[in-house]
Ligand binder design. Structure first.
Ligand code: ATP
Ligand code: MG
Length: 245
């Protein structure tokens, strides 16, 4: 089967500064690829470039073998590539429902209502609060809303940027349990950007390590679930100072 996403030789510059270079990765159909690295490694930049939110100075992005490098962010959302930003970026003064509607802006009414019911059926915590302003939600509930909003678009590939940021471990686990349900139902694939090593090796199939804008290596997540292998990978790829959380 053709891989869902292929990134070849990606380079992104901010002005004259090269933020990422020679990045390559593949997301198989229904796969979850983890992307680990310290602050400033270039992880968000890779996701944003795939989503068409920052320009690529070199490289290609293929969706099921079709070159989508020149498509803009809106076209890519329609093609099924949806980015969930770091720090969530939901609209605090809009209600939960209105935030969801924003995620399905391009859909016809019946499809939008069907998706909304699907999302609220999964994220039952926020279903009771559909009319409340988003700022009233807890951090974990806001993360669910951000992911729910992305799911409104009917993505084939979800680009999750540090979903665990600022969340208690219990809430992180709840968010990922919900995502597992969605994946079972829709066959969604994901790229998961994280600094949380344990979480990433638990949910991903393969893990890429980044430093200084480059890919350092790629490992099967299953091989990194033993404590000794985890320690070795952290030392090799993330530096001895990296906390294991
Ligand atoms: N809009 C921007 N303008 C200029 N430089 C930027 C911009 N966004 C990111 N950078 C730089 O690009 C590099 C990669 O940043 P990026 O946000 O991709 O890292 P990251 O791995 O997501 O880090 P973090 O874990 O802190 O979110 C950093 O050196 C950063 O300072
Ligand atoms: Mg980032």
């Amino acid at each position: 089967m053709t891989d869902l996403l292929t990134v070849e030789n990606l380079e992104v510059r901010y002005g004259s500064a090269v933020a990422v270079q020679r990045v390559a990765l593949v997301v198989p159909q229904r796969g979850t690829v983890g992307l680990l690295g310290a602050n400033g490694a270039g992880k968000s930049t890779v996701l944003k470039a795939i989503a068409g939110l920052v320009p690529k100075s070199a490289g290609r992005v293929l969706l099921e073998g079709r070159d989508v490098s020149a498509q803009d962010a809106r076209q890519l959302v329609r093609a099924g590539i949806v980015y969930v930003p770091e720090g969530r970026e939901i609209v605090p003064n809009l209600s939960v429902d209105e935030n969801l509607v924003l995620g399905g802006f391009h859909l016809d009414g019946p499809t939008r209502r069907r998706r909304r019911d699907m999302v609220l059926g999964i994220f039952t915590e926020i279903a009771d609060r559909a009319g409340s302003p988003a700022w009233r939600l807890s951090g974990g509930e806001q993360q669910m809303l951000a992911i729910g909003r992305a799911l409104m678009a009917g993505p084939r590939l979800l680009l999750l940027d540090e979903p665990s940021l600022g969340l208690a471990p219990l809430l992180v686990r709840r968010v990922f349990e919900k995502l597992a349900v969605v994946r079972g139902e829709t066959g969604l694939a994901m790229i998961l950007v994280e600094q949380n090593f344990r979480l990433t090796v638990r949910v991903a199939d393969t893990v890429h390590f980044m430093r200084g804008g480059r890919m350092l290596g790629r490992r099967d997540a299953a091989d990194l679930r033993h404590p000794a292998a985890m320690e070795e990978a952290i030392a090799a790829y993330l530096g001895a100072g990296e906390a294991v959380t």
